[in-house]
Ligand binder design. Structure first.
Ligand code: C2E
Ligand code: MG
Ligand code: MG
Ligand code: MG
Length: 285
């Protein structure tokens, strides 16, 4: 009986897997259509300094699916990676950001790159041609890279990143604290910015090791001339604690959620006076 049960289980498992594969195939088709129909849109989240002055935005991709509602990037980016579509999506995002830049306040915009994308041989040429076509200065773009085991170890990726930096892009190490061999990563690659993951920021003040870790990262950054951004600032307490740990750049819902271009008022560059974090009428993405 147990054998039979086992077989039934594995059949069910295979059926589930088939359904998953079919779902994923459908999602990939829909993702292609969404790009064509421009149902994929970039939202912008403010990054501020200690005085609450706007110093940048992070571009975050949103998919508004006609039937499934908003599909978060944590869901469709991995699908795009598996379908080898991440290069196309990355170019789409970069182009949209470059086209939006003239209508955004005059600060840097961060764009996320996935590790698979960085491994592509023609990445730099393609990115530079998008910048040239849109008349964009690479110094306005920060490329955010999420560390992964392979990054520092892979020489081709490392030299690709240095080449992008030489071309004028700034490079940020995203989600710091969440991956493998962090400090090795820092040593191997010439990052300009370190973004401390929100899971550390929200644990500040509740866990001594976290406090020490964040202070140490800030110290390393300061001594090696890098900037540190604290991600996931949701409350005034988060802000005070991150500031006490030495962070001097902040990003999070406390200052503003990601919003579409049309909701960014040119004149509202000052977040010091407790943000209209989500003004009633702003379109939160
Ligand atoms: P990320 O690059 O670390 O982006 C920060 C994420 O934290 C965003 O989630 C943002 O909406 C969220 N966030 C910001 N402030 C707060 C806060 O105060 N509290 C909390 N709980 N969350 C906050 P989102 O937009 O869902 O994006 C998730 C991830 O998807 C990103 O993480 C990034 O790795 C990836 N992603 C987004 N857009 C793109 C893209 O255009 N290309 C690539 N390759 N990846 C992207
Ligand atoms: Mg990021
Ligand atoms: Mg990330
Ligand atoms: Mg992050």
């Amino acid at each position: 009986a147990s054998k039979k049960g086992g077989r039934a289980c594995s059949t069910l498992f295979e059926e589930n897997m088939l359904t998953d594969i079919r779902n994923e195939k459908a999602l990939v088709r829909e993702l292609r259509a969404a790009m064509l129909l421009r149902h994929l849109r970039v939202a912008y989240q403010p990054i501020v300094d200690v005085n609450g002055r706007l110093i940048g935005f992070e571009a975050l991709l949103r998919w508004r699916h006609a039937l499934r509602g908003v599909i978060p990037p944590d869901v469709f980016i991995p699908v795009a990676e598996r379908a080898l579509m991440i290069g196309e999506i990355g170019n789409y995002v970069l182009r949209q950001v470059c086209e939006d830049l003239p209508r955004l306040p005059d600060v840097k915009v961060s764009v996320n790159l996935s590790a698979n994308q960085i491994a592509m041989p023609a990445l730099q040429e393609k990115m530079l041609s998008i910048l040239a076509e849109t008349g964009t200065d690479p110094r306005r773009i920060v490329l955010e890279i999420t560390e992964s085991a392979s990054l520092a170890a892979n020489e081709r990726i490392a030299s690709q990143i240095s080449a992008l930096q030489d071309a004028g892009f700034r490079i940020a190490l995203d989600d710091f604290g969440m991956g493998y061999s962090e400090f090795n990563q820092l040593r191997a690659l010439p990052y300009d910015v370190i973004k401390i993951d929100k899971s550390y920021i929200c644990a500040l003040g509740t866990d001594h090791v976290t406090d020490v870790f964040v202070s140490a990262v800030v110290e390393i950054a300061r001594r090696s001339g890098k900037n540190v951004v604290a991600e996931g600032i949701e409350t005034e307490d988060d802000l005070l604690r991150a500031n006490a740990a030495g962070c001097d750049r902040f990003q999070g819902y406390y200052f503003g959620k990601p919003v579409f271009l049309e909701s960014i008022a040119r004149e509202r560059l000052d977040y010091s006076n407790k943000p209209a974090a989500d003004a009633e009428n702003s379109r939160v993405a």
